[in-house]
Write a protein that binds this ligand. Structure first.
Ligand code: ZN
Length: 260
């Protein structure tokens, strides 16, 4: 098995997973989406809220708010030494006190830990009119996408590495145009593959080609183009490395069970 980076653009990492198999690629994908822990607001206690949004609606908005995750300083409540009672290792307190007229933004939240903050500072939470007040205390914890989508760390997907074969095409221009990701260029009188890794296996070129079968596209069952689009709570590299740690733990646990 081998890994080779293809592109990294902001929070999106694409890499080539070579000499593997669909079972492993899918295991990795599922762990990244649903088992890598991230931080999100779990509970909100309202002291005052006479804004236009009900407590429940505002609490839901707060839950979906992306906040920076520090996996080196925090642990999941069920794995914490406090046994779920709640302590500084497994909980982060966030408070807010505001009075209208104003718009409350994510950047107005006061985090107990100065290292943690909302990722999108200018995300509006609620608009307060004159005389309206909002005061609450929220608790953020680590959780997983399995528990609630708000804890999911990323969108992860893969496709088999494409293999494209072009042979005696009568309508080369249409084949070149049919590709939404510009895989082909017209060189001489035939479409030539110039950007193979951009192929998304849509089969547009196969359908456009005249005669039928003059362009074929196959996808590999052992090499995969893997993409991780992080929600910016963790970097794509952190998500990948944490997913591998989790897989490792699962296998250790399995070995332990087998040896019993
Ligand atoms: Zn604790």
């Amino acid at each position: 098995m081998d890994i080779k980076p293809i592109t990294k653009q902001g929070n999106k990492l694409t890499f080539l997973l070579k000499d593997s198999n669909p079972a492993f690629a899918n295991t990795l994908r599922r762990i990244m989406i649903s088992e890598v822990p991230t931080m999100a607001i779990k509970r909100v206690t309202f002291v005052k809220n006479n804004s236009a949004l009900f407590d429940e609606v505002l609490a839901h908005r707060l839950g979906m708010l992306p906040i920076i995750t520090d996996l080196s300083s925090y642990v999941q409540s069920d794995k914490c030494s406090c046994k779920g009672a709640g302590c500084a290792k497994c909980q982060l307190i966030i408070t807010l006190k505001a009075e209208g007229p104003l718009t409350v933004y994510a950047s107005d939240l006061k985090f107990q830990d100065p290292k943690i903050k909302a990722i999108y500072a200018k995300m509006p939470l609620v608009k307060l009119l004159k005389g309206q007040e909002l005061e609450f205390e929220a608790v953020a914890t680590l959780g997983t996408g399995k528990e609630h989508a708000k804890f999911s760390s990323c969108l992860a997907h893969y496709r088999g590495y494409p293999k494209i074969n072009v042979d005696k095409v009568k309508n080369p221009e249409e084949v070149v145009k049919s590709c939404p990701t510009n895989v082909f260029e017209l060189k001489g009188k035939q479409p030539v593959v110039v950007n193979l890794e951009a192929c998304i296996l849509c089969m547009g070129c196969v359908d456009a080609a005249d005669p039928k079968g003059s362009v074929t596209v196959e996808s590999s069952e052992k090499d995969f183009i893997f993409t991780i689009e992080s929600w910016e709570k963790l970097s794509p590299e952190e998500i990948l490395s944490k997913a591998l740690d989790i897989l490792d733990e699962k296998l250790d646990e399995f070995i332990l069970q087998v040896s019993k």
